[in-house]
Design a protein around this ligand. Structure first.
Ligand code: HEC
Length: 270
């Protein structure tokens, strides 16, 4: 009798123990005896995870909807569709210092550019890329002056009036007239038009995406804007911007006029 009870209890124990090894489901590993890292604990996007699923107190109790939201962006990354954000006075944030709402741009690395090399996208880029993510700083303008002189001035000229050495040099005939970048049309042009030109070039002008970093392109653009301001006797510096109200001086306010909204590109022709 003693043995019979022992045997029944023993069988019941094993039956119970086996029932613990519940089968694995779609998003469950199931219970196993010593899984020994057979299954990865990878997190899937947009799934609520047990880790966040806690109810210790009111503050840490979230709804399923909240828990299945995408997690906050990873520091130092840029969401699709953004180039970078403007962080007020502190350029450190743009350079990759992490803060709660800072989206850092890699200084010398790649930043996404979602435009194809065609005329519709040139227009689309001008329309959508309106702001310069970097504040106007003296240091940035100084650096960009060098970059401009090295990469652009030879054609566009030191004043950006399109009279570079390559066109004014005696006894030469450069095949195309470099654009006058301080003309009224280019003063009114959106930042995206310049940025696009630096990425892809235009006709005989080659692209500079492999020569200028993300930040350098924007700094060169600041420098070109400063030359535009100079030609109109306006100020474009660390302390003031009377050329437009778009680019923000690091230690002042932009008081210039608004830039005209660029018309959307025509619908694609069949
Ligand atoms: C080898 C000569 C050359 C160099 C160097 C050069 N460009 Fe150009 N650029 C041109 C020519 C030529 C055009 C006119 C292209 C056309 O309209 O066919 C032009 C046009 C442009 C335009 C007007 C594009 C538009 O939308 O109409 C911008 C902006 C520009 N260049 C910016 C720059 C910047 C910034 C640099 C330096 C990073 C630079 N260029 C270097 C020759 C040059």
């Amino acid at each position: 009798m003693k043995y019979a009870i022992g045997a029944i209890l023993g069988v019941a124990f094993f039956a119970w123990a086996f029932s613990l090894c519940s089968p694995a489901g779609k998003n469950k590993t199931g219970h196993e005896y010593m899984p020994d890292m057979y299954h990865p604990v990878g997190y899937e996007a947009n799934q609520y995870s047990a880790y966040y699923w806690n109810h210790w107190d009111d503050k840490s109790t979230f709804t399923k909807a909240q828990l299945s939201m995408p997690r906050g962006k990873v520091n130092g990354t840029i969401p699709r569709g953004y180039t970078a954000a403007y962080y007020g006075q502190d350029i450190g944030y743009v350079r990759g210092k992490n803060a709660d709402n800072a989206i850092a741009a890699p200084v010398n690395g790649e930043a996404p550019f979602y435009y194809a090399n065609n005329e519709d996208d040139r227009l689309r880029c001008e329309q959508q890329m309106t702001d310069n993510p970097y504040p106007i700083t003296k240091e940035g303008l100084d650096r960009a002056k060098n970059l401009y002189t090295i990469y652009c001035g030879i054609c566009h000229g030191d004043k950006a009036d399109g009279q570079g050495w390559l066109v004014t040099m005696p006894d030469t005939k450069y095949p195309a007239q470099p654009k006058n970048l301080i003309g009224d049309d280019m003063i009114a042009a959106g930042n995206g038009r310049f940025y696009f030109a630096m990425m892809y070039g235009k006709n005989v002008m080659g692209g500079y995406s492999d020569k200028l970093s993300f930040e350098e392109r924007w700094q060169v653009l600041h420098y070109i804007r400063s030359l535009q301001a100079k030609s109109k006797n306006l100020e474009y510096s660390e302390t003031a911007n009377t050329l437009s109200n778009v680019e923000k001086p690091a230690k002042g306010v932009a008081t210039g006029p608004a830039r005209a909204v660029v018309a959307p590109p025509p619908p694609p022709s069949k």
